[in-house]
Design a protein around this ligand. Structure first.
Ligand SMILES: NC(=O)c1ccc[n+]([C@@H]2O[C@H](COP(=O)([O-])OP(=O)(O)OC[C@H]3O[C@@H](n4cnc5c(N)ncnc54)[C@H](O)[C@@H]3O)[C@@H](O)[C@H]2O)c1
Length: 257
């Protein structure tokens, strides 16, 4: 059974690998044996991640691209496919957060949609169509519990946080059903598409918030660096070969309560 969880002989693209969740994901996917391509806008930060993982004996390559620009997505695809052929796995983890609160500007909303809606769709269209032509593949979208529930303002009372932006709830909600769309489109070609809905990552938020948030989960804590990797490896690997179109909460029970 265990070998079916391995990503050996899998070429996987992970976006946003230098970010909060992305760094832990890069380690998990590399450890599972993938040839891992990490891509986002900042080549320097990614290069540092690639060097750290290479020093641990893993195969990790850094590529710069802008998910808000179709030409950049297509150029990344050409560079990858020239070297490795169609991907086996794609993890859409990048997110742009230009809107800072409920009254953020229309320009910020549009910047968000360019990357988080149009860009995410184009990642499925361009990388997914190559997977479909190859007759295999797995796409994992990193969504959020905030794609299924509204803001819980009471968690933030008395802190300097809590002015949440509407774009995030819109595109994370859309990601759940976009997952189902591409799962249906590519399913006949043996390409699976799934979504993960993580809960909040502990990032030194105000103590009051952390305490209230933790009490709202069943495991009594926020997410950390090691919480997402196992689920993503599972969904990319043959171990989940009959799972497609799901939105899996990885939230310590937050949305089950
Ligand atoms: N942090 C949390 O508490 C939390 C909770 C639930 C879900 N998530 C989800 O997890 C994923 C990662 O979140 P995070 O908090 O680690 O994010 P982060 O802000 O730390 O990192 C986001 C990454 O996306 C990249 N990115 C932004 N714009 C891009 C573009 N135009 N092209 C390419 N890459 C771009 C950035 O360079 C960065 O590496 C996101 O999809 C987020 O919605 C996060």
């Amino acid at each position: 059974m265990l070998p079916s969880f391995s990503l050996k002989d899998h070429t996987v693209l992970l976006t946003g690998a230098a970010g909060l969740f992305g760094r832990g994901l890069a380690s998990a996917l590399a450890e599972a044996g993938a040839t891992l391509i990490i891509a986002s806008r900042s080549a320097d930060k990614l290069q540092a991640v690639a060097e750290e993982e290479t020093a641990r004996g893993h195969r990790v390559l850094a590529e710069a691209f802008d998910q808000g620009d179709e030409a950049s997505i297509l150029a990344l695809k050409s560079r990858i496919e020239e070297k490795f052929g169609p991907l086996h796995g794609l993890v859409n983890n990048s997110v742009l957060r230009p809107m800072k609160g409920a009254n953020g500007s229309v320009e910020q909303w549009e910047d968000s949609m360019r990357v988080n809606a149009t860009g995410v769709m184009l990642m499925h269209r361009h990388f997914g169509s190559s997977m479909a032509a190859a007759g295999r593949g797995s796409i994992v979208n990193i969504g959020s519990i905030q794609g299924s529930i509204g803001p819980s303002y009471e968690l933030y009372a008395g802190t300097n946080m809590g002015d949440m932006p509407p774009d995030y709830f819109f595109h994370k909600g859309g990601m759940v059903n976009l997952t189902r769309f591409y799962a249906a489109l590519y399913g006949p070609n043996n390409v699976r598409v799934n979504c993960l809905a993580p809960g909040g990552f502990f990032n030194n938020q105000p103590e009051l918030f952390v305490q209230r948030y933790s009490e709202h989960t069943m495991l009594n804590r926020m997410a950390d660096n090691d919480d997402l990797g196992g689920s993503v490896v599972f969904l990319l690997s043959a171990a989940s070969r009959y799972i497609t179109g799901v939105n899996l909460p990885v939230d310590g029970g937050y949305t089950a309560k």
